[in-house]
Design a binder for this molecule. Structure first.
Ligand code: AMP
Ligand code: MG
Length: 415
């Protein structure tokens, strides 16, 4: 890239590529559709039945022969004899002679002889006079109207969902509608979250001078869950001793695929992750703000190790940029990015020279046609409270020198 070239910084893309290269796909297994929500499909879902399964009525009304009522109008109503009643679930396929109709409910199979459905509202008596004889006052248009044809959506054998799809409620419902009982999905990644810092105490505990509430494990546990992964272990270790390697050993006993450390990776005197894991992790400076110091490695057992910087905003951004894509990729997800939209900014701000910036923003939605991105913090990566207002990150490329009010910027949505 431009500014910063010649230093020992690597680009975000370079660092991410190295991480994704180390990712191994997790095992896949079959689960009932009812247990698949939130999981990633590893094999495509193929329809077992047609959708619709059979020709059926789109309206409550009468199945008719189109030509019988093609000229019906208020001035020349047509009278038909109701010869059958077809509730949902019926197996009946009554024959319809000329001048005959069947009362039919939405979703009931239309008789083979029917070539249109007349809704109740196009008859004189509607539902109240729907058995016996009916009077049609409006012609159905065109022929076939209100009949939902078998296979109109898809037919058995069609691919309903592609491998790599996240099964949300809509996708699980589509699989169920296609007559699919089981789907093949990825095992959920198992993740350990390890905070480092001798200043950290549990939130709410009394603070002596120098101590602060530990918050990154809350942040990272939540982000892990939102990435569809399972938290198997969460702990805090001090800046002295061998807490990090011990935490890895414990996490591996619990079957962790990933250990995410926060803190202890930058250039200070007491960087416990850097100090104890130099044999297993590489420590890199990435051309981004926040999130410049990054650690990454793989253990002999294949566990991915992430060393994120400790400032809360840095940890949050680093997770989005590096950890989340890895968790997605492990599950076989094809879309590992967050959605990015372009919004005008409501205010200007400073950007770092030669580094991509991730600025927490609030989205002003007061004009639905012109959303605006506004800084949620003044930009310091230690401003953990402002993070609580943020719902997205403005992503400013390394070569942009300043953002002015009204500029269009990329906004990465995180909720
Ligand atoms: P470090 O990356 O360890 O130098 O930490 C950078 C800053 O983030 C320091 O001000 C730490 O106190 C703070 N910090 C590190 N870890 C956490 C954590 N788990 N919760 C809250 N703040 C933290
Ligand atoms: Mg620290």
């Amino acid at each position: 890239m431009t500014a910063g070239a010649g230093d020992d910084l690597v680009s975000i893309d370079e660092h991410l590529a190295g991480i994704l290269e180390a990712v191994r796909l997790l095992d896949a297994f079959a689960v009932p559709v009812s247990a698949a929500r939130g999981r990633t499909l590893r094999e495509p879902v193929t329809a077992q039945v047609d959708i619709p399964v059979f020709d059926n009525s789109a309206m409550d009304g009468f199945a008719v022969r189109f030509e019988d009522v093609a000229a019906a109008s208020p001035e020349s109503p047509v009278t038909l004899t109701v010869v059958a009643d077809l509730p949902a679930g019926t197996q009946d396929d009554p024959s319809l002679a000329s001048g005959e109709a069947a009362r039919i409910m939405t979703g009931s199979p239309t008789p083979t002889d029917a070539t249109a459905v007349v809704p109740f509202e196009d008859t004189v008596g509607g539902l109240a006079e729907s058995l016996g004889r009916i009077t049609v006052v409006r012609a159905p248009r065109p022929p076939g109207v209100h009949i939902r044809r078998r296979g109109g959506d898809l037919v058995a054998g069609d691919e309903v969902l592609a491998a790599g799809t996240l099964l949300g409620p809509l996708q699980a419902a589509a699989a169920a509608a296609a007559g699919v009982a089981e789907v093949v999905v990825a095992r959920l990644p198992r993740v350990a979250v390890v905070s480092t810092g001798s200043e950290l105490v549990p939130p709410g505990a009394p603070l002596r001078r120098g101590q602060i509430p530990e918050s990154n494990s809350e942040l990272l546990a939540g982000l892990v869950a939102e990435a569809g992964a399972e938290l198997v272990f969460r702990t805090t270790v001090p800046d002295d001793g061998d807490g990090p390697p011990r935490a890895i050993a414990e996490a591996e006993l619990l079957g962790a695929d990933v250990v995410v450390f926060s803190g202890g990776v930058s250039a200070g005197a007491y960087e416990v992750v850097k100090g104890t894991l130099a044999d297993r992790m590489a420590f890199t400076k990435v051309r981004m703000q926040p999130g410049k110091p990054q650690g990454f490695g793989v253990t002999d057992a294949g566990t991915l190790l992430f060393g994120l910087p400790g400032n809360p905003v840095s940890a949050a951004v680093s997770f989005e940029v590096f950890v989340r894509p890895a968790l997605m990729r492990m599950q076989g997800r094809t879309d590992h990015g967050r959605p990015v939209i372009r919004l005008a900014t409501g205010a200007g701000w400073r950007t770092p020279v030669g580094r991509a910036q991730y600025l927490p923003v609030v989205i002003d939605r007061s004009d639905p046609g012109a959303w605006q991105a506004l800084p949620a913090t003044t930009g310091g990566s230690h401003l953990a409270g402002g993070l609580g207002r943020a719902e997205a990150y403005a992503v400013i490329p390394a070569d942009v020198e300043a953002v002015a009010a009204g500029d269009l910027v990329d906004v990465m949505l995180i909720s």
